[in-house]
Design a protein around this ligand. Structure first.
Ligand SMILES: Cc1ncc(COP(=O)(O)O)c(C=O)c1O
Length: 281
């Protein structure tokens, strides 16, 4: 498999990471995960735009224009042909002797690779169970930073509980999932946390906002509580890899009738049409 590491395409086995990479030492970096369907990149532009915002958010100057990153990504997909997969892109502040302030001379270090990742067909069809956990993350969750320890700990709680996702709750309000955004549905109204510093504004979330309006549903961007979620008719977990997955159970309580609902199905169909339009998959 070909990867892109620090400006060069090379076989994955030849990559060695410097132990003084600030990503390794401080988690001082940002990342993106872009979906590939049918060997075509999906929603590429908004992912690169978000990467630019994440970089600016941590004062990291990207030496590569977005077109160049897009070009490298396309070349990797062409070389590796993951079919249905992802491209992982990570940029750290570079390699320098360990010291907290920004290094004077370090060049940002870039890593890009592809991975096969099948469609989550079973979850999309049947729905998933989730648990709620305390949101104890920092207050800049809008930045797609590689500092993911609280997310990892939350996801491990979900894994231990035998469920799909951990849903973060801050001051009684649901923010998002450990690696996803969360929606709930009341009648024809779809509600989700607003895109502020408390959540990552998912690219799938942004697509859903469009599709909610397109399909004639009402959109409310306001936080909701745990009892609000438990009382919803339907709920959804969205991400690049989860797509539009129904949530059918939270903390052991059934959501609605405990199976994927009408609004979720309509949004899944609209999302599927968007995938087909953009990638032919
Ligand atoms: C914390 C968090 N929120 C939301 C998302 C969903 O974002 P996207 O739809 O761009 O994958 C992710 C994706 O990894 C995430 O890590």
């Amino acid at each position: 498999m070909q990867v892109f590491y620090n400006g060069r395409f090379m076989p994955a086995e030849q990559v060695s990471i410097d132990m003084e990479d600030r990503g390794y030492q401080f988690a001082d970096g940002i990342y993106e995960v872009v979906r590939v369907y049918n060997n075509r990149l999906f929603h590429l532009k908004p992912h690169l735009e978000r990467l630019g915002r994440s970089a600016a958010g941590v004062e990291l100057e990207l030496p590569w224009p977005q077109e160049e990153l897009a070009d490298v990504m396309a070349q990797l997909v062409k070389a590796n042909r993951p079919g249905d997969g992802i491209v992982y892109l990570q940029i750290t502040r570079g390699v320098a002797p360990r010291n907290h302030p920004f290094p004077a001379r370090a060049e940002p270090a870039i890593t890009m690779y592809t991975k096969e990742f099948p469609r989550p067909t079973r979850n999309v069809e049947q729905g998933v169970a989730c648990i709620t956990v305390d949101d104890d993350r920092w207050l800049r969750c809008n930045i797609k930073s590689i500092s993911l320890l609280p997310n990892v700990l939350a996801k491990q709680k979900a894994a231990r509980a035998g469920v799909y996702e951990a849903i973060f709750v801050r001051n009684g309000r649901i923010t998002e999932g450990s690696s996803s955004n969360i929606f709930c549905v009341y009648g024809d109204t779809v509600q989700t946390h607003p895109a502020n510093n408390l959540i990552l504004n998912g690219i799938t979330r942004q697509a859903l906002l469009r599709l909610i309006k397109q399909e004639g549903f009402r959109l409310v961007e306001e936080p909701f509580s745990v009892p609000g979620l438990l009382a919803a008719d339907e709920a959804i977990v969205s991400s690049t890899t989860s797509e539009v997955t129904p949530i059918v159970q939270v903390d052991g309580h059934a959501i609605g009738e405990g199976r994927p609902g009408r609004v979720t199905r309509a949004l899944q169909a609209a999302f599927e049409a968007e995938i087909r339009r953009e990638t032919g998959a």
